[in-house]
Design a protein around this ligand. Structure first.
Ligand code: ZN
Length: 109
């Protein structure tokens, strides 16, 4: 059976709904549907000590987004600005669009 994941895509705006980052809103940078994880811009930042290298001459601390479990975030609708579930709607030409379940507006352009 296929695993059911929320239909989150890159560039979606999401809000964190559980954990220490709860309430934070950011843009999805990457979706790993295999592992069920997302990387959200400026959310769940971890600091890593970097060794001196060609890129970071001094070494030091770099900040990086750590992946979040996909079930810990919800898409924020850019029409009604509410955290929402995503539904599917069939267009007249037979193509599917993602729609906001709160306001019914399409999520994609
Ligand atoms: Zn909406």
């Amino acid at each position: 059976m296929r695993k059911k994941h929320p239909k989150i895509k890159k560039d979606d705006k999401v809000i964190v709904i559980v954990g220490k980052e709860k309430g934070k809103i950011g843009t999805v940078l990457r979706v790993d549907s295999e592992k069920g994880r997302v990387i959200v811009e400026k959310v769940n930042i971890v600091k890593k000590h970097a060794k001196p290298s060609a890129k970071t001459a001094q070494g030091g601390i770099i900040e990086k987004e750590a992946p979040l479990d996909i079930s810990n975030v919800m898409v924020v609708c850019n029409k009604c600005t509410e955290p929402t579930r995503i539904g599917n709607s069939l267009l007249e030409d037979g193509s599917k669009v993602r729609v906001c379940k709160k306001c019914g507006e399409p999520m994609d352009e």
